[in-house]
Design a protein around this ligand. Structure first.
Ligand code: UTP
Length: 291
């Protein structure tokens, strides 16, 4: 069984729910405390043993590429001013030469199409897909938990991170059906995009992290438009599930949907309350606001 070494980060969306913030700046560069969303998820991927990060970018997203490159002027200035700690932080976070690739999705035709744009760079290996607008705060990263499950299953399979959501909101999500349990994962019996409450096979929603076999690309190549007029990854996964097994992993940790204002603001508070340098003062400030 081939190991999971590559991760695809689709970052070509328009981020319309965050306008006007995202008019000239990519949504994926919005910060949670002092790290852009994209850096948070790259950290998670690296902790899971990912060696090559593939970013599917689009127009107005050049700053994401700059973020993962050297910044000679800044580095020189930091060193001149004796800010060695800040300099070392920047250097430690740089991807190794050749370990980050960037490709373009010229039109935002949907998540499935964005993933398909990475096909030549991924090649014939299983790979992870990580959505940068979903942050998972967990002791062991969500992707690492999924790779643990993948290795435990021990055969070429597809894995989807899932979590419980309230039934009254179920029709906003992709939802999975639950089959036999295998350790920390379970067989997925069906996948439905945005079902009516009465048609939902469970209360478990698909949560922005996937491990997929490369056969998905052949299906994405002729995938027709689905919900919202977009080429949906879920639709291609449904087709792949006819020939390959899919497993769900109910990860341990708290997810934040940072593609929505409420999730993004909550993530900022949750991550900040974990930071020794600001937590106490932040708690006091929140206390004052709530009085
Ligand atoms: P979203 O569904 O959140 O879409 O995409 P969006 O365009 O970013 O945001 P809204 O809904 O307009 O506010 C989830 C992830 O998939 C990427 C996005 O960049 C985001 O990281 N994506 C989405 C693409 O790369 N290409 C697409 O065509 C659509």
């Amino acid at each position: 069984m081939k190991p999971i070494r590559k991760a695809v980060f689709p970052v070509a969306g328009l981020g319309t729910r965050f306008l006007p913030a995202t008019k000239a700046m990519p949504k994926e560069m919005l910060t949670v405390v002092d790290r852009p969303l994209i850096q948070h998820v790259v950290d998670e991927a690296r902790q899971a043993g990912i060696e090559h990060c593939i970013f599917v970018t689009g127009r107005n997203k050049g700053v994401i590429e700059d973020h993962f490159d050297r910044q000679f002027e800044l580095e020189t200035t930091l060193l001149e001013r004796g800010k060695k700690k800040e300099y070392e932080l920047l250097m430690a976070e740089l991807p190794a030469a050749g370990a980050a690739s960037f490709t373009r999705q010229q039109s935002p035709l949907g998540l499935g199409h964005a993933v398909w744009c990475a096909r030549d760079i991924v090649g014939d290996d299983p790979f992870a897909v990580v959505l940068p607008d979903v942050l998972v705060k967990a002791e062991r990263g969500c992707l690492a938990q999924m790779i643990d499950a993948y290795n435990a299953i021990g055969r070429a399979s597809n894995i989807i991170a899932v979590e419980e959501v309230p039934m009254e909101r179920i029709s906003s999500y992709g939802v999975v059906g639950i089959g036999k349990t295998h350790g920390k994962s379970f067989e997925i019996t069906q996948m439905v995009e945005k079902p009516k409450r009465e048609d939902a096979p469970s209360n478990l929603s698909i949560t922005g992290r996937y491990i997929l076999q490369p056969e998905i690309f052949g299906l994405l190549a002729d995938q027709q438009k689905g919900a919202g007029g977009e080429i949906q990854l879920t639709d291609a996964m449904v087709r792949l599930s006819k020939t390959q097994p899919f497993y769900g992993v109910k990860f341990e940790g708290q997810s934040y949907d940072c593609g929505m204002k409420l999730g993004f603001l909550t993530a900022n508070i949750a991550y900040a309350l974990d930071r020794a340098d600001i937590a106490d003062e932040l708690r006091a400030e929140i206390g004052k606001l709530l009085k």
